[in-house]
Design a binder for this molecule. Sequence first.
Ligand code: F6P
Length: 543
Amino acid sequence: MKNIDPTTTEAWKKLSKQFQEIENREMKDLFLEDKDRAADLTLQWKDFYVDLSKNRITKDIQNSLVNLAEECGLKEAIEAQFGGEAINQTENRPVLHTALRAPENSEFFVEGENVIPEVNKAKSKIRKFSAEIISGATKGYTGMPFTDVVNIGIGGSDLGPVMVTKALEFYKNHLNLHYISNVDGDHVHEILKDLKPETTLFVIVSKTFTTQETLSNANTARDWFKKTAPVDAVSKHFVAVSSNISQVEEFGIDSNNIFPMWDWVGGRFSLWSAVGLSISLGVGYPQFEELLDGAHQMDQHFKNETFEKNIPVQIALLSIWYNNFFKAESEAVIPYTQYLQKLPSYLQQAIMESNGKSVDRNGKKVTYQTGNIIWGEPGTNSQHAFFQLIHQGTKLIPADFIGFKHSLFKDKDHHDKLMANYFAQTEALLMGKTSDEVKQELKDKHMPDSEIEKLLPFKTFDGNKPTTSLLLERLTPACLGKLVAMYEHKIFVQGVIWNIFSYDQWGVELGKQLASKILTEIDKPGIREHDTSTNNLLNFYLD
Ligand code: F6P
């Protein structure tokens, strides 16, 4: 990988000039000047229609952004990633979540060894296990089939599976899925209180099997289970997904019930592995495989398509454009489907844990902005919550609007209303409402001129707010796989250009270390050696 400060590139210099030229320009004028703008700035690929035209760019800016990617060595970086090089240099690991969704006969090498046979073996195990639990062939210790599956994990061992099972709820079978993540005892006990040990299966997911939250919750669940079940029943009701076999065995899980994880898969990119076991249990292995296949299709597109027509590359470049030139502080992701309600929180970990870095790949402090702040909620709920700020606030918030041509229950009346909002919002954000339009509207309502003058500034919308419209065919497992992989590749592209390491997460360590230290002090009265604020808080808590 090239380790270039992006601000020193020729493309960056050109983009700085182009920014000055476009900063005060209205997108609606750009549409008037160029009748082909919408078509020229739209990408179509399989069941994806991605309209970039409501962004504050021109074709020339798009070309400069592509030049930036080229100057920063994106092509080589993509090859290095897919080629199994240890691009996660601070942990000395390759990054090969793409191998998890590759066809059975593919080849992905880690230190000279093809990892695909191992991946295939894990997939067969997931397939067999899921089928036996779903069909009831594998039963609990009293001989009853399983009714409930509890995934215990946090971060990447929770957010991906939660997001996908919510997203694919339409395809779900009879198994009830539950997710316990927080170390808050109220979380685990709230979920356990309604479960029956004899029909509950626990899936403990932790790549490291050292995560405090997960181990505490797993211990609590096992204690709860053992209150009524015989000790030897634990092996029937507890399975684990981890790369730390010895720790899992020490916990008491049968070695046959351990599903593998590998160092070359980052936690937040792991839903495609056995970390997604709860997904496969909830919707069945064939649907899980469709999800993987969709992601693989996006991998191929990302790897082989020119940067000009490459969806993840283009959305990543736009995000850099707003972050580094317009100084946008955050980005919104607004799915127009309730099924994708967890997508924004999933993306928060994926994006912010990956690119929330301030040291470049040369070990130097960066002098430019990196990681985006991501937030969002499904439309139309978000319209009735925070859209006011997007429309008329002081901040520029580029937003992805994700909509579908077809709903799953095929309720045309509802879907047309939903999608009318999807189209209307991006149009409103683009066009705004001029004072002349407001005046006319109020005059038509016979409002007196003096009243109109008073209200005018408040009812005027500047518009010119950037949005990207992703209009997809239908929320199938494959389509979801493509969408999630698209965002994964977006993260990678941005990390390459910002010259940061996207696949480590040292920033979460300090808090973990301090929490362990404070935990040992909590029951000990006496001197506390923290800052005075923390000391006082601790004393107040313990009083
Ligand atoms: O929050 C830090 C982190 O390491 C994440 O990257 C990871 O997804 C999560 O903790 C859980 O880790 P594990 O799967 O090892 O329990």
